[in-house]
Design a binder for this molecule. Structure first.
Ligand SMILES: Nc1ncnc2c1ncn2[C@@H]1O[C@H](COP(=O)(O)OP(=O)(O)OP(=O)(O)O)[C@@H](O)[C@H]1O
Length: 521
């Protein structure tokens, strides 16, 4: 007998022995299982009876592994939100307990992937490899586990980084009417995290499939998908799926934060989320409150956004920065959901449709925007210029209204308006072109020094381009200090101003030729 055949026979013997042993020791036991039935069904919800021990937020399974979530647990009847299409189910169908709450697979394998809120891939690739599973609903970190926000999160947008700075671990709301560039601000921020060691999670909630596809294509084209996870519930998905999406995305983001990483999560948008929750609550006959939203609408958003924080060093020092998006109706920022979110978050970026129409993009209304914690984390070089700039810009915005009436303006007012117009022109930025810190600061210093004031408005963008090019000739040590934690010295400022003067020289208006005099011959 050859050696391999001998080895095979020995292995078969041992398998046979184990099987004989297992059969000899097997004693069947009965495991009781609760089985309920569906008593009623409607869009997105179902009521069931017959599961007396079902816990709140426990998952139940229907035929073919379809899932539902216990939402209203009453004596004798349970209201479920369905995580599948209700058309696939029928009254009288069996329903079983799973004994677990809703959870999602998390891990590095999710980077670059597009998932639904149940963790299933929707990018046509095989299921992602995950290391752990985390419940989608988790308690927020305790107060003593939180560290102050101390590191900036650069968005790459001049207007935000200079005027409304965001720190890692902050929650900054982006709100505005439809089509005002809310998603563009969030995606530009994701693009700007390239090479910054920040993991990004883009959570699309109830959006049109074409809009989500556009965002994903943009992220892919700019090479941002390699550090990004996209979690999507489309507008035509079951409202239950839409409702759990931001919670699932937060758990994915939290995994990276708990590994000590800095994470950015974008919720696009929470208006759709609130509407999905309202739909489910009304169908389940929960009492409606203001604007027909259920009473706990504030709580569902605050418990989610409280999970974003900067953890203390002992817990790895990771951070989760949240950019929730809210769509306003006819610029009404005092509506119920926007005011709730404004009070939960650490500041807001308001996008004005009027500025958008005027072509001031990003259309950030600086007067109505604020960042409550980010300025503590702002780089010193920014801080040195941002204060002046904000003041000059708000003075300009006030005076601009008067200027429209064609009133005669004194020189000082004219100057303030001219300066403000240059600031506005310099803060404009095309989509998907985030700017590195050094380039932003040089433009802001030139603005502060009034070097743009003589540049004609239609030449500001060209002047800025020339300045960016000239930046290459800035001495290395000065360039290094622009991005470091050091303050810029007066010498550094002088060097930068001299460089900017040179770069902008070609854009200053030519002095009027001297009037010819009679004696000049
Ligand atoms: N800085 C910019 N420069 C040029 N175009 C921009 C800029 N920001 C946004 N846009 C354009 O404005 C349009 C609206 O942008 P976006 O989709 O981000 O708005 P939104 O408020 O998220 O829209 P929705 O309400 O549909 O969610 C898009 O066509 C986008 O390309």
């Amino acid at each position: 007998m050859s050696e391999p055949v001998g080895v095979l026979l020995t292995a078969l013997d041992s398998v046979f022995d184990e099987l004989t042993h297992a059969c000899a020791t097997y004693s069947p036991s009965l495991v009781p299982e609760e089985i309920g039935i569906i008593t009623s069904l409607s869009t997105g919800i179902a009521t069931i009876s017959g599961l007396p021990n079902l816990g709140n937020e426990e998952l139940v399974s229907f035929k073919d592994d379809r899932l539902g979530l216990a939402f209203n647990v009453d004596e004798g009847e349970v209201g479920l939100i369905l995580l599948c299409d209700y058309q696939d189910l029928h009254v009288g169908d069996e329903v079983r307990r799973t004994g677990r709450v809703m959870d999602i697979g998390v891990g590095n394998g999710l980077l670059g992937r597009v998932l639904d809120p149940l963790g299933r891939p929707i990018d046509g690739k095989p299921p992602p490899l995950t290391e752990h599973r985390l419940p989608v609903e988790r308690p927020a970190p305790a107060i003593m586990d939180r560290a102050p926000v101390s590191v900036p999160l650069q968005t790459g947008l001049k207007v935000v980084d200079a005027m409304i700075p965001i720190g890692r671990g902050q929650r900054e709301l982006i709100l505005g009417d439809r089509q005002t560039g809310k998603t563009a601000i969030a995606t530009d921020t994701i693009l700007n995290q390239r090479g910054q060691n920040v993991v990004c999670v883009y959570c699309a909630i109830g959006q049109r499939a074409s809009s989500v596809a556009k965002v994903i294509a943009n992220l892919e084209e700019k090479g941002a998908m390699e550090y990004t996870v996209v979690v999507v519930a489309e507008g035509n998905n079951a409202p239950g799926l839409v409702y759990i999406t931001p919670y699932a995305a937060t758990s994915i983001a939290e995994y990276f934060m708990e590994q000590g990483r800095d994470v950015l999560i974008v919720y696009d948008d929470l208006t759709q989320h609130a509407q999905a929750y309202r739909e489910l609550s009304l169908l389940l006959r929960r009492p409606p409150g203001r604007e027909a939203y259920p009473g706990d609408i504030f709580y569902i958003h605050s418990r989610m956004l409280e999970r974003s924080t900067h953890l203390i060093k002992d817990l790895g020092g990771g951070s989760l920065t949240a950019l929730p998006i809210i769509e306003t109706d006819a610029q009404d920022i005092s509506a119920y959901i926007p005011t709730n979110l404004i009070s939960i978050t650490d500041g807001q970026i308001y996008l004005s449709p009027t500025l958008f129409e005027l072509g001031v993009l990003p259309a950030v209304d600086v007067a109505l925007s604020v960042s409550r914690v980010g300025s503590q984390a702002q780089k010193p070089a920014y801080r040195a210029v941002a204060g002046d700039l904000k003041l000059a810009y708000s003075q300009f915005e006030e005076l601009e209204t008067f200027a429209k009436f064609g009133t005669h303006l004194d020189d000082a007012t004219r100057k303030t308006i001219d300066h403000g117009q240059r600031i506005r022109a310099c803060l404009k930025q095309p989509q998907s072109q985030p700017l590195p810190v050094a380039q932003q600061i040089v433009v802001l210093i030139a603005l502060q020094a009034g070097l743009f004031d003589q540049v004609p408005l239609d030449k500001v963008a060209d002047g800025e381009g020339a300045l960016q090019k000239a930046l290459k000739t800035l001495p290395k040590d000065v360039a290094g200090r622009l991005t470091s934690e050091d303050k810029l010295s007066d010498e550094d400022r002088k060097t930068i101003v001299a460089l900017a003067k040179g770069a902008l020289a070609g854009f200053q208006p030519k002095p009027d030729p001297a009037p010819a005099t009679k004696d000049a011959k």
